[in-house]
Ligand binder design. Sequence first.
Ligand SMILES: Cc1cc2nc3c(=O)[nH]c(=O)nc-3n(C[C@H](O)[C@H](O)[C@H](O)COP(=O)(O)OP(=O)(O)OC[C@H]3O[C@@H](n4cnc5c(N)ncnc54)[C@H](O)[C@@H]3O)c2cc1C
Length: 771
Amino acid sequence: MANKFKSLSPRKALVVGAGFGGLAISLRLRRLGYDVSVYDNNPKAGGRAQVYELGEYKFDAGPTVITAPFLFDELFALFGKKREEYIEFLPVEPWYRFQFSDGSILNYGGQLEDTITEINRMSPGEGEGYKRLVGFSQKIFKVGFEKLADQPFHRFGTMMKQVPALLALKSYLSVYSLVSSYLKDDRLRRAFSIHPLLVGGNPMQTTSIYCLIHYLERKWGVWFPKGGTGALVEALVKLMEETGVELRLNQQVSKLMVENKKACGVRLKSGEEIRADLVVFDADPPKVYRDLIDANHRSKWSDSRLDRLSFSMGLFVWYFGTTRAYPEVEHHTIIMGEAFRNLLEDIYKRKILSDDLSLYLHRPAATDPSMAPKNGDAFYVLAPVPNKLAEIDWQEAGERIRLQVQTQLENTLLPGLSNCLDVSHFVTPDDFEGKFNTLWGSGFSIAPLFRQSAWFRFHNRSEDLENLYFCGAGTHPGAGVPGVVSSAKVVEKMVPPSRFGDEGEFQKIFRSKSRTFSLASFLLPKERAEAIFQLYYVCRTLDDWADEGEGEKLKEAMQCWKNHQPHSLLDHYRFLQARWGLASLPLTELMETMIKELDGVRIETEAELIQYCHGVAGTIGLMTCPIFGVTNPSAMRHADDLGIAMQLTNICRDVWEDAENNRIYLPADFFDNPPNISGVLTGLPASVEEISKVKTRLLNLADERYASGEDGIRHLPWRMRIVVRWAGRMYREIGELIKDDPSFYYSNRAIVPSRKKMGILLPCIFQAFIS
Ligand SMILES: Cc1cc2nc3c(=O)[nH]c(=O)nc-3n(C[C@H](O)[C@H](O)[C@H](O)COP(=O)(O)OP(=O)(O)OC[C@H]3O[C@@H](n4cnc5c(N)ncnc54)[C@H](O)[C@@H]3O)c2cc1C
């Protein structure tokens, strides 16, 4: 009998902030089936990646260095699209040029050997040290990026588990100290310590975990979107439009609405109230907690706690166009001032403006000539400055700093600049506070210190209120484009399913339909058991549709799945994918196999049969693996085999019942005279004998796969070993019953008695501790 499938309406998600984090989470939530709306106070999407247009010039306001481009590919792939069809990434070469105050230059980028040659040219013999630095940053990368960047850090236990690895990686050192232990030349030490500045930190204080950026650049290179970062934002907005995400710009959110300790929507400055089932802020968390959430709703993030946080630096950015081109200037140039340490102290400690600035100069036309008008050039120059905790009057200081920067550039890289300036616009920490709603006008939210990272950073799920989530620069893993795009992956793993559903009902269905697995599920940790109930609900519903003449529903589900459209049943699977990492292919194969079965089945060959068993059961093994924490491909093969073995057993058990449903799974080429439906159902002695022989042959085939399944059990955590071994052995026992008395079990269903089940369980428990 079919389970009661309810077509559940989608939950409504409201995202505040259309920065890269907000764009990424809105797409991820949409893919899960949420009804998503994004609100941003700015006139364009992109957050800090706004585009400013001055005359015929277009300036990317913020990020210009794209690393880890695969993070964008993933967003398009969520909907079966290819990123290249929306936006092209151009390689940048060199990645950066460092220009030192003594006039020396270092080009950084290309192959490892290129950088080593450059380093040896500047400081003979130091290339080896750099090589070792890259080697160590690879180790940091493997933990800091590969293992932790997209994992939730809301549990202290998660943090504690990582402490030994973090200590082994010398996370207690600052980036500068770590780099200095590999390089001696002061210019090299400074150059290879600048990465924290890209995410708002002081290299002298930022945890050395951020050295992972070295390897991130090495692994994937440095890229620039053709048409500018703004074109990348537009590509994402286009994808949002195509997939049904609503984007509302020029909308300032002024309050988070709360009911019963749960976020339930937002109020706009205009007074409009929008209700939602969950709210995700891609905005500066300290600002959100302090200004948008009433103090009585905050127990963890009280004002006094927020006051104790350390904030990232402020930014002065000057955008300007010139009537002449500067082709000799590279795409990214870092102009190092004379006293680097002094500058950092001015910014972070003394909180004063320095007269010896270090600058980052952006000249996008070096990579993409379309970024500047013909015969002209377009630049932005960025200077790290104190944030608004400093007593600086930016109304007065802004133009003064701009002139200081102009002179510095004119004397170094851009001779004759003042004579060819065409357009000019600058922003200061005042603008970051006013335009981007950041507390203290910081450029990158809170600073990336160890005591403000991972569990210590703003959690992606609010500690204070239910249904409230955060992504973006102030949250784990941190600022920078790869960080904020990864933060969306973290949030995606924590949100509830997009469809309202009664988790109790999934469990009820599971327990009533599958007694064997139901018993086994008591051994699973709660979270994993719930995931299994939900997976069972999805697969069982599809199976019921296939069995009970509702093939149209099955076909419609397949259509939605292939077209990446929301679907009230399959969205549950998408939820499991996000939370547990289930692959898409097993579900595709499962549905394809079920659809093939709709018009009756006649299996011809063993290969066809195995393919079928893989389609309906091996796939379930593959779906279950990640829920049990297994992702290793060789272990997955054993899970597939176990599923196939169980299905072969099912086939041998249900020959009669299947024939009643116009299905014969016994391969025709196993028979001298393949039986037809009436031949199976008539049960003449000769055909019973031949069918029994074929069943025995199939059960022997199943035994080989059970053996492989048992072999794979060692990959599982111990509790799961009990469950899986028990389930496998109980199925195998069904096969034994059939082999022992084939004629009795020709039309009778083989069932393992309860006592026997318990007898099978005990050795499974003992064995779980051994293998
Ligand atoms: C000048 C500059 C250069 C940078 N260069 C690079 C680089 O080259 N590479 C790199 O990887 N990173 C770089 N970064 C860092 C990177 O740009 C940011 O960390 C990242 O883009 C931040 O994204 P986000 O998702 O946190 O959101 P943000 O970009 O901060 O966007 C959040 C949006 O939410 C809006 N918002 C906030 N509060 C509200 C509210 N109450 N109501 C409505 N809307 C609200 C804001 O106005 C904003 O539009 C740079 C940053 C800057 C400023």
